[in-house]
Design a protein around this ligand. Structure first.
Ligand code: ZN
Length: 497
């Protein structure tokens, strides 16, 4: 007779495989599915979600968890059980009917969001979003919370944090960013006009894939496709896919999206085989996942030594485009700081301000001080206040992100948490990887990836994100290393005193 733990391990392997099927359906929906397939796909995804839910909610699984919890003493198995218990406790609190309705509503809302964004008109998306907010409130009630209902949503993304602890991390960062931005805008702007050319999309794709491969994204276990909102998804072991988007008028956006998503993919590819099919084969939090993508995108691909290697290569991919542009001019252009309307295109200084705007709006939506209908107006006011910008229409404003159509409230702050973790990790990694800058300069990223594998990837979710950061750096999560990095780096790029 297999032990309770062994029975749970068998159960979870199937659960994980079915999760991969759900991920594949969702990937297909966002890449190749014809538009008229959306109703059927919504039903298929909802049916699969229901199967996953019912299997997890089965009282037998609860009994096995209790039994295994009493018998097992090995720390690895205890972490395994803790993770499954967490996921199950979250799901069993939700009635099956709510899960089904939520899945249907979000699947449909995605199509509504696409249509509204195309029409640049939030009012077309508002009814779907209102429905999703109402369902999300019901979820919050099922989970239980103290303070704002929003707090009930955070553990799905950043376990251990809530509105107050996130404010404590993000407020000093936002204040420092606004002050730094003010000083940058007083300095002479960096030269970027040479970026305003036509950049052949096929060449962009080739160059991006070359960099992704060099960094260590294993393309025999991955692929890249095109979607309006770039993402990374794991279908199963040996199949971690990314997407990007291209624009002929922009060289850096798709390249950085490719590198960003490759960072996510390399984390997933770095999960050890021993964790396959277990609840530990996951990042401990979205912020930790984001720390990996942001590390490669920002700390590596925005650095001078990186471009010392890749600039001459880039020049060859686009003959005649950059012949007159010295490396230093290009480097400063890569690190230009210009307040813009789009989060995914934001520079490092403005990025966290985009996040704080969404964080503020979500808190207001859930504490009841903001109605869904008032969202565009509030959004536009915050963009004026934080970034000094007027939002011309909803597509450039509150319809730019896909997240709310999924009902992913509580998710946005993880982007800044990722930047915060990323800076803490970078400080340590740069000190510990021998000849770090030489590694970048020679395009030999293997020692860097090996450090991340050793210190982060191989642990899956055995440790919590905060524990992992503390093991690595000896510090509790803090924005200080990020603030120090921003002030040092942009002080240099803009010759600030
Ligand atoms: Zn990301």
């Amino acid at each position: 007779m297999p032990t309770a733990f062994e029975q749970l391990a068998d159960f979870y392997r199937d659960q994980s495989d079915l999760g991969g099927v759900a991920a594949l359906l969702s990937w297909d929906q966002q890449t190749y599915m014809p538009p008229r397939g959306s109703e059927a796909r919504a039903r298929q995804s909802a049916a699969l979600d229901l199967i996953l839910h019912s299997r997890l909610a089965d009282p037998r699984i609860g009994d096995l968890l209790a039994e295994a919890g009493e018998k097992e003493t090995d720390p690895w198995r205890l972490a395994w059980l803790r993770e499954l218990r967490f996921v199950r406790d979250r799901r069993v609190r939700l009635p099956a009917e709510l899960v089904r309705e939520f899945s249907l509503a979000t699947s449909r809302a995605f199509s509504e969001w696409v249509a509204a964004r195309k029409a640049r008109d939030f009012s077309r998306f508002a009814p779907s979003l209102e429905h999703i907010v109402a369902l999300t409130r019901q979820k919050a009630e099922c989970y239980g919370y103290t303070g704002t209902p929003w707090n009930a949503l955070v553990p799905d993304y950043e376990r251990g944090m809530d509105a107050d602890s996130l404010k404590a991390l993000l407020t000093p960062l936002a204040d420092a960013s606004r002050e730094l931005l003010r000083r940058i805008l007083d300095a002479p702007p960096v030269e970027t006009r040479f970026l305003e050319q036509k950049w052949d999309i096929a060449q962009q794709r080739e160059f991006g894939l070359r960099v992704a491969r060099d960094l260590g994204y294993d393309m025999r276990a991955g692929r890249q496709d095109v979607t309006p909102h770039p993402f990374c998804t794991t279908i199963g072991r040996g199949d971690v896919r990314i997407t990007t988007r291209y624009s002929e008028s922009s060289l850096l956006d798709s390249l950085m999206a490719t590198i960003h998503e490759s960072g996510h993919a390399m984390y997933e590819q770095g999960m050890p085989e021993s964790l396959e099919g277990s609840p530990l084969a996951e990042a401990p939090s979205m912020g930790m996942h984001e720390s990996q993508s942001r590390f490669w995108e920002i700390r590596v691909a925005h650095s001078r030594p990186f471009w010392e290697r890749y600039y001459p290569i880039l020049q060859q991919y686009f003959p005649g485009h950059l012949d007159e542009v010295p490396l230093e001019t290009f480097y400063r252009a890569v690190n230009r700081v210009v307040p813009g309307l789009t989060r995914v295109e934001a520079d490092e200084v403005c990025y966290n301000l985009h996040v704080v705007i969404r964080f503020t709006i979500e808190l207001e939506l859930f504490d009841g001080s903001l109605e869904v209908g008032g969202l565009p107006e509030r959004w536009n006011a915050l963009y004026r206040e934080y970034l000094g910008l007027d939002v011309p229409d909803d597509a450039a404003g509150c319809l730019q992100d896909v997240h709310w159509s999924y009902g992913a409230f509580g998710y946005f702050p993880t982007y800044s948490v990722g930047n915060i973790y990323g800076a803490m990790i970078a400080e340590k990694l740069e000190a510990e990887v021998p000849k770090y800058e030489d590694a970048l300069r020679s395009g030999n990223f293997a020692p860097i990836l090996a450090w991340l594998r050793e210190n982060i990837h191989r642990h899956g979710s055995i440790y919590s994100a905060a524990e992992l950061v503390e093991r690595m750096t000896g510090k509790a999560p803090t924005a200080q290393p990020l603030i120090t990095h921003l002030e040092r780096k942009y002080g240099e790029v803009y010759n600030l005193r």
